[in-house]
Design a protein. Structure first.
Length: 213
């Protein structure tokens, strides 16, 4: 087992190699940041009486494909971008009545167009029917659990927790305006991360070379 003092001596003897590798990786990090495109985020807030179900729905294949039908006819973009759209759409429940829809791409116009297509899709009547079907299914499941709990009460003559089931109807409100923001690549952060990776790699290389002797 190598002594700590000896190991430090080995590192000092190979300091030039360590510095070179670290600098090379730092330069690679800088180049990576330079060629990494800026990302653009377009978002809108959707008001509804059922934020949880709408949040989940917006990222389903059904919702994405439906939105794409509106998108396809209004712009010059092609169907090959559907996979990118699918990977970069995010729906976030902001509150009990607000869902934030966000789409991120490397083209600001594309991000904006996607959100506009989604808005048209969401406020189409078929979307309400689809989500109402989900809500009705949840209500039926609740009633089933309620009946099971009541039957347990009767058979055991003990009070159990009986769920309360309320039939609801899906309602959407007008969306907010589309907002746009950009995510710039951090040259400093990439330089530090790549440089640190290079430094650690150089330590491994030096240690391996010493071990092989």
């Amino acid at each position: 087992m190598i002594d700590l003092k000896d190991y430090i001596k080995v590192l000092k003897n190979n300091i030039v190699l360590i510095i070179i590798i670290t600098l090379v990786f730092a330069v690679l990090g800088f180049i990576y940041a330079k060629i990494t495109p800026t990302k653009y985020v377009s978002s809108t807030q959707i008001y509804t009486n059922d934020a949880p179900d709408l949040t989940g729905y917006l990222q389903t294949n059904y919702a994405i494909n439906k939105a794409y039908k509106y998108f396809k006819g209004q712009t010059k973009y092609t169907s090959s971008q559907l996979s990118g759209f699918r990977a970069n759409v995010r729906s976030i429940q902001v509150s009990n009545n607000i869902v934030s829809l966000q789409i991120t791409t490397t083209n600001q116009n594309l991000s904006n167009d996607w959100v506009m297509a989604y808005q048209k899709s969401i406020y189409n009547g078929s979307t309400r029917k689809y989500l109402q079907k989900i809500i009705n299914g949840e209500y039926k499941d609740c009633v089933k659990s309620q009946n099971q709990a009541l039957n347990i009460d009767k058979s055991n003559k003990k009070l159990t927790i009986v769920p309360t089931c309320i039939r609801t109807y899906f309602v959407k409100y007008n969306p907010s305006q589309i907002t746009n923001s950009e995510i710039l690549p951090s040259k400093t952060l990439d330089l530090i991360l790549f440089g640190l990776s290079g430094f650690l790699l150089s330590i491994v290389i030096v240690s391996y070379r010493e071990y092989k002797k």
